[in-house]
Write a protein that binds this ligand. Structure first.
Ligand SMILES: *C1O[C@H](CO)[C@@H](O)[C@H](O)[C@H]1NC(C)=O
Ligand SMILES: *[C@@H]1O[C@H](CO)[C@@H](O)[C@H](O)[C@H]1NC(C)=O
Ligand SMILES: *[C@@H]1O[C@H](CO)[C@@H](O)[C@H](O)[C@H]1NC(C)=O
Ligand SMILES: *[C@@H]1O[C@H](CO)[C@@H](O)[C@H](O)[C@H]1NC(C)=O
Ligand SMILES: *[C@@H]1O[C@H](CO)[C@@H](O)[C@H](O)[C@H]1NC(C)=O
Ligand SMILES: *[C@@H]1O[C@H](CO)[C@@H](O)[C@H](O)[C@H]1NC(C)=O
Ligand SMILES: *[C@@H]1O[C@H](CO)[C@@H](O)[C@H](O)[C@H]1NC(C)=O
Ligand SMILES: *[C@@H]1O[C@H](CO)[C@@H](O)[C@H](O)[C@H]1NC(C)=O
Ligand SMILES: *[C@@H]1O[C@H](CO)[C@@H](O)[C@H](O)[C@H]1NC(C)=O
Length: 529
């Protein structure tokens, strides 16, 4: 493991001097320090960490009197839309994983292979023609596809919500066979639709769910016998409950490749206090408890499954207009991506790619919402390894660091949730390491902090991406990158992401209500070397 020792030398001491033009419209300015632990990664994400869902909701799906789905269902989405294609296609949001959530509301007719029907033409069901269109769309855009299978079929539901009986996989097996016979590529099969733990509507016991997951594994092994690559087997696609998941891992033995959980930690979309929650660091921190708990349970079990977030939309029941589709949601979304990475989550699926108020794309005109650009910048700058990062200064700064994607350096993500304070930060390396393996058996700690940058010739610059809301309005659906609105071109192309270049000797300025990505090419730490 090519670890490179770095000699820790303080080559430069930052001068805290700021010209007036760096101060935006704030009255307060505070100093702070970002401390990055660079010796080893704490978490590793997959290459295709960014994932978004497509759902089945018809235009008639309404929450709290608002119908936010329009024609964004898997069944009626305009796959020929140029913006939609450009938003996914390689080069922009490369390797996007698209996760088709299971159709849980309308069970489909049995699939017969000799007919032209896949799951029949009944309302809400996937026709063969539609499936073929979808498949062509996925190929064209280069998206990876996870397909959610209806896990309720064959079970009877008791009045108390308990679903009993084994999963009837006849339909699923036929569908998987059809996919393989037609050389279509599916990257993962998920058995899941919020049936784990206490369930949503219905629940299935962990023991039974494990049996069904083993059945899915057997189908996949059978059908893909002479086909590669073999797709992932994924489950259970629901809300986390420690005892349920523990038993599930224990009993699925080696059948499960990835475990998916859902996150709606902001509460219902009807809540008028969503923004207060998003801007409250203690509120955001609460989700870390679940990330940590799942990580520990996986570590403790003999499962080979890795953790995914299979569906996360922040606020449930379609999110909230002018919040979930506005600038302010990027504080929540990017914080989730950062937190998930720290706890070794491999893939994070946003509900939704399009549809509801929480779509990455505007449901009616397909233009990217602020979170689309946040995902794109994350995808461009954040490499696979997450580094432990702490911030000393005001509480309202969120900080995450990854090895850079484009260089051997690092990328630091800083978010300022404060409305009036401009934070001026320096980045330092936490080189604390334990000398457990040193001559003296006794464990000891050597604490070292090294300040950045390691400038050798004064030529070094870093790249900064400052994201703010148009007119400083958190409800804005337009995001500014370094002061310029991010907008698709007249031909529907996604705009390039242009950084500003800043002399590395200067501290990082994080304006109130702003998000800053800082790519430091020259900061090479052992974890990223
Ligand atoms: C195949 O499909 C045709 C037409 O839909 C139907 O008449 C026939 O019964 C089907 N055969 C089987 C074996 O299901
Ligand atoms: C999408 O485009 C393809 C060919 O480019 C065409 O065959 C198909 O009918 C179009 N679909 C819709 C819904 O316009
Ligand atoms: C799938 O691929 C195999 C081998 O490349 C080929 O023989 C077969 O005709 C293909 N099937 C379809 C439906 O394209
Ligand atoms: C499942 O739990 C039982 C009881 O704790 C234990 O004996 C068994 O080894 C576990 N199996 C796996 C695969 O973890
Ligand atoms: C891990 O397993 C040990 C021993 O079985 C148990 O004491 C501990 O509580 C478990 N931890 C978690 C997080 O499940
Ligand atoms: C889509 O964009 C238009 C124009 O900016 C806006 O008026 C509308 O509210 C947006 N729709 C959604 C669902 O976000
Ligand atoms: C900043 O937010 C605080 C609450 O977090 C609020 O009391 C204050 O009025 C806000 N100030 C401005 C200038 O918006
Ligand atoms: C420095 O890193 C070590 C090891 O990860 C960690 O335990 C310690 O808390 C860090 N120090 C600070 C001030 O963040
Ligand atoms: C960066 O700042 C330092 C110190 O102010 C200066 O010596 C150096 O010339 C600057 N480099 C560039 C490329 O502007």
């Amino acid at each position: 493991m090519g670890y490179r020792q770095i000699s820790v030398t303080v080559l430069f001491l930052c001068l805290f001097q700021f010209s007036d033009n760096t101060v935006v419209s704030s009255v307060v300015e505070e100093k702070g320090t970002v401390l990055v632990y660079g010796r080893a990664a704490v978490g590793t994400i997959d290459e295709d960490f960014i994932c978004a869902t497509l759902d089945w909701w018809p235009p008639q799906k309404c929450d709290y009197g608002t119908c936010a789905w329009d024609h964004a269902s898997i069944l009626n989405l305009d796959l020929n839309n140029t913006i939609l294609q450009n938003a996914i296609k390689g080069g922009t949001l490369q390797d996007l994983v698209i996760y088709e959530t299971p159709d849980q509301k309308q069970p489909c007719l049995p699939f017969t292979q000799n007919s032209s029907l896949l799951f029949g033409y009944t309302q809400g069901c996937l026709s063969l023609r539609r499936w073929n269109e979808l498949n062509a769309f996925f190929r064209k855009t280069g998206a990876k596809v996870i397909f959610g299978l209806n896990a309720l079929s064959g079970r009877s539901i008791k009045p108390n919500g308990e679903a009993v009986g084994a999963w009837d996989y006849t339909n699923a097996e036929s569908f998987i066979q059809y996919i393989v016979q037609n050389n279509h590529t599916i990257d993962g099969w998920e058995l899941g639709n919020e049936l784990c733990g206490s369930g949503v509507g219905a629940r299935v016991a962990a023991n039974q769910y494990a049996i069904d997951t083993v059945a899915l594994r057997n189908i996949v092994n059978r059908v893909y016998k002479n086909v590669s690559p073999i797709p992932l087997v994924i489950g259970p696609g629901g809300f986390f409950e420690a005892t349920w998941f523990t038993e599930y891992f224990n009993k699925t033995e080696n059948s499960l490749d990835a475990t998916t959980r859902h996150i709606y930690n902001l509460g219902p979309g009807v809540d008028t206090h969503l923004i207060e929650k998003i801007l409250n660091p203690s509120y955001l921190d609460q989700e870390a408890i679940t990330f940590r708990s799942l990580k520990n349970i996986i570590k403790n079990s003999s499962t080979k499954a890795v953790a995914w977030v299979g569906e996360s939309g922040g606020a449930y029941n379609s999110g909230r207009n002018l919040v979930s589709n506005a600038f302010v949601y990027s504080f929540w979304y990017l914080d989730q991506l950062g937190m998930a990475s720290i706890y070794d989550t491999k893939t994070y699926c946003r509900q939704s790619l399009i549809g509801g108020n929480y779509g990455l794309l505007n449901t009616t005109n397909f233009t990217p919402n602020p979170d689309y650009y946040s995902a794109l910048i994350w995808r461009t700058l954040m490499g696979r390894k997450a580094l432990f990062t702490s911030f000393s200064g005001i509480k309202k700064i969120r900080s995450y660091t990854h090895c850079a994607r484009q260089s051997k350096g690092i990328t630091v993500l800083l978010m300022n949730l404060d409305n009036t304070t401009t934070v001026v930060a320096t980045v330092e390396l936490n080189n604390t390491f334990s000398l457990r393996h040193a001559k003296h058996r006794k464990s000891s700690q050597k604490r070292e902090i090294s300040q950045l940058p390691w400038v050798s010739n004064g030529e070094i610059q870093r790249e900064e991406y400052h994201l703010t809301a148009m007119d400083g309005n958190l409800h804005s659906q337009t995001m500014l990158l370094n002061g310029n609105a991010l907008q698709i071109s007249s031909t529907g192309d996604i705009p390039p992401l242009e950084p500003i270049h800043v002399n590395s000797t200067e501290p990082i300025t994080i304006a109130p209500y702003s998000i800053v990505f800082v790519h430091m090419r020259t900061v090479v730490v052992p974890a990223c070397a």
